[in-house]
Design a protein around this ligand. Structure first.
Ligand code: COA
Length: 339
């Protein structure tokens, strides 16, 4: 472990899993909370319902269920894992939640850490994991995307509360000596537009002693400029997918599945249209779950794999985008090599 010599191994993505809370909030019930309608939400977003974590559910419990499935599907055991990357903006503990998941899984050998890139988190996490595998440092990596944004939604703000839901998804990425199935990627950040989508810490100055002040407060509910975020996504996502395809040396026709962060059906449709990808290749499950942030891509991936839609060897263009602002795309081939 930790060998700094540069080597170049391939990557295979061999198993997926997902979990959502049992509680379901549909658009009709939302009309009791804010002035809205099922028709408005459905036509503007495509979302019909979302799952919400109850008091006795946590990021750790959801992520652990998703992870166990991904590990089993990949044919390894928790003890084989070298690294766990948890991408989330809503940890159970600000010091990090990945170690609690490591303990729950019994992944005693694995090093575990959290990383945050909001709704781009899972794509950023896959690319981060890939660097450890490529260099020959680690063989078996679990990448989790999990969020409980319901903790931070302002349930009186109809501009945001209609969008978000909770969930978790995970994949196992492994070293391959025979092929490389992570074909290309591109990641981007633009902090100058950070104010369009925030979950900011706000505090007040508290005096401890003469000339010594600290700040005490908490995080404030999500604020968003929906129109600007929409504009950003529709412009930047096709661009970043094009760049990732260029790195992969692939043309857009080679994509079997377009797997976008599930933010809004209109964004999915507009991006597919700009890239000239037919609707039949667009994976969408946001009608059931809404925007589950870092969880949305692995959750949709896992459902499509388990339903038999995504088959081994299929080429997937995945793209995450959101707060930061951050956005990125990764092109990969699903499953292990032919055995
Ligand atoms: N129900 C009913 N009316 C609503 C509403 C709701 N839930 N939310 C907003 N409205 C109203 C507004 O108040 C506004 O009324 P007005 O014209 O009287 O002022 C009108 O509907 C239009 O609002 P607007 O914000 O312009 O709507 P929109 O077409 O931009 O749709 C979003 C709003 C949020 C659905 C859309 O901007 C969006 O999806 N943006 C991207 C957000 C996103 O995906 N964020 C996460 C990225 S990770």
């Amino acid at each position: 472990m930790g060998d700094a010599r540069v080597q170049n191994f391939g990557i295979k993505i061999t198993g997926s899993g997902s979990a959502v809370p049992a509680t379901c909030l549909d658009n009709q019930v939302l009309t009791q909370l804010v002035e809205t309608s099922d028709e408005w939400i459905t036509t503007r977003t495509g979302i019909r319902q979302r799952r919400l974590a109850s008091f006795d559910e946590s990021l750790t419990t959801l992520a652990t269920v998703a992870s166990r499935q991904a590990i089993a599907a990949s044919g390894i055991t928790p003890g084989d894992l070298d690294l766990i990357v948890l991408t989330t903006s809503t940890p159970d503990d600000l010091f990090g939640t990945a170690c609690q998941i490591q303990a729950q899984l019994g992944a005693t050998k694995a090093v575990a850490f959290d990383m945050t890139a909001a709704c781009s988190g899972f794509v950023f996490g896959m690319v981060t994991a890939a660097q450890f595998i490529r260099g020959g440092v680690y063989q078996n990596v679990l990448v989790i995307g999990a969020d409980i944004l319901s903790r931070w939604v302002d349930w009186q703000d109809r501009g945001t509360c209609i969008l978000f839901g909770d969930g978790a998804g995970a994949v196992v990425m492994q070293k391959s000596e025979t092929s490389d199935r992570l074909l290309g990627f591109e990641l981007k950040s633009d902090g100058t537009q950070n104010h369009y989508l925030n979950l900011p810490y706000k505090g007040e100055s508290q005096q401890l002693a003469a000339d010594i002040n600290v700040t005490k407060g908490t995080y404030q509910p999500i604020t968003m400029n929906g129109k600007e975020v929409y504009r950003f996504a529709v412009l930047r996502v096709p661009e970043v997918i094009d760049k990732a395809l260029f790195h992969a040396n692939l043309s857009v026709e080679k994509i079997d599945w377009l797997l976008l962060h599930q933010a809004n059906q209109r964004i999915l449709d507009a991006v597919a249209q700009r890239l000239n990808i037919p609707d039949s290749k667009v994976i969408s499950n946001l009608a059931q779950y809404g925007n589950t942030s870092a969880a949305s891509i692995p959750l949709a991936l896992d459902e499509a794999v388990r339903s038999g839609k995504i088959k081994p060897g299929d080429i997937i263009a995945a793209s995450g985008f959101g707060a930061g602002l951050s956005w990125g795309a990764v092109i990969f081939q699903w499953g292990r090599e032919k055995e």
